[in-house]
Ligand binder design. Sequence first.
Ligand code: NAD
Ligand code: UFG
Length: 335
Amino acid sequence: MNILLTGGTGYIGSHTAVVLAEAGHRPVLLDNLSNSSADVVDRLAQITGTRFPFIEGDIRDTALLRRVLADEGIGAVVHFAGLKAVGESVEQPLRYYDNNVGGTISLLQAMDETGVGTLVFSSSATVYGQPAYLPLDEVHPTGATNPYGRTKLHIEEMLAELAASGTNWRIACLRYFNPVGAHASGLIGEDPNGIPNNLMPYIARVAGGRLPFLNVFGDDYPTPDGTGVRDYIHVMDLAEGHRAALDFLAGSAGAGWHAFNLGTGCGYSVLDMVRAFEQASGRPVPYRIAPRRPGDVAACYAKADKAADQLAWRALRSLDDMCASTWHFQQRTAR
Ligand code: NAD
Ligand code: UFG
């Protein structure tokens, strides 16, 4: 099938393109390059032996999307495009609503007009807000603690109402936990501009000597070692979750709206991650305890049974693989 990947040159989109191509699909990438580079298209060609069609464009350009959906004979869309920095969303909420919510409305209008009804949406565990219980299952109440999270929640709700409005829609919202790691080639991975916000790219730069030490945001949480606990998932496992979701949507149970957690079900603390990275890289990761980061929760991890039961998907890769592949990418390709 021809599958449009909005945000296809980004971190998760590029890894998913590899998995979809391996499964016999033809990925078509669309991205405005606001947080990625066109070099990724060359690297994907190096990995897969196939040059995927790439359209440099914005999801808010409905006419462009209509053209791409029709001209490329698109059968399904995987919608990664979006802005994702929590702190930035607090400072620039309108930009986040315009890009994420406005961009999704534009995409949905183009899909509606061209009769493409199958959509996999990049959602986030952030839609659960403050956890009321752990592990988080899909019926946990939803909420938002910042504008970024609220854009994800609004989009999910909009998609649920859209799916209820007609019979053509087959929509899966994939609630990612904490994606980390890189493709085994070391050619694609996560390489944020500036100082990384997220733990894994920050640790990788400390191990590589590009940053002096890690700030550990809080060591007085009610967790086993006092540092924050998260459900880190290898980006290749996550990518395979998208293939599984597309298969599910194509089947008899796929009509309507669905939400799935994509996580491992295991929680690791910040210090667990530091130790695992030191082991995988053979490099020290010096750290200092710093104050808690505003808005952080103590612990967040998934119950991933629904995806196992309905998508026949499970995360398989280990913490060591997450760290080793990040390190490999850091050394081979990261700027
Ligand atoms: P990313 O920034 O690497 O990829 C997103 C891509 O979308 C970028 O290449 C960017 O240039 C593109 N983009 C942004 N706005 C666009 C627009 N208006 N038109 C066209 N392209 C646009 O981020 P990622 O980590 O690959 O995340 C992909 C999706 O998954 C995002 O929607 C993100 O919110 C969601 N998500 C990510 C995480 C995470 O920790 N990485 C966790 C949960 C959910
Ligand atoms: N942390 C540090 N030092 C750092 C960076 C992070 O100690 O320099 C800690 C955080 O306090 C937290 C853990 O490492 O305990 C993970 O932090 P990340 O920023 O890597 O990830 P978050 O869980 O805060 O958020 C991520 C994405 C969100 C998404 C959420 C749930 O950034 O967009 O996962 O999917 F919503």
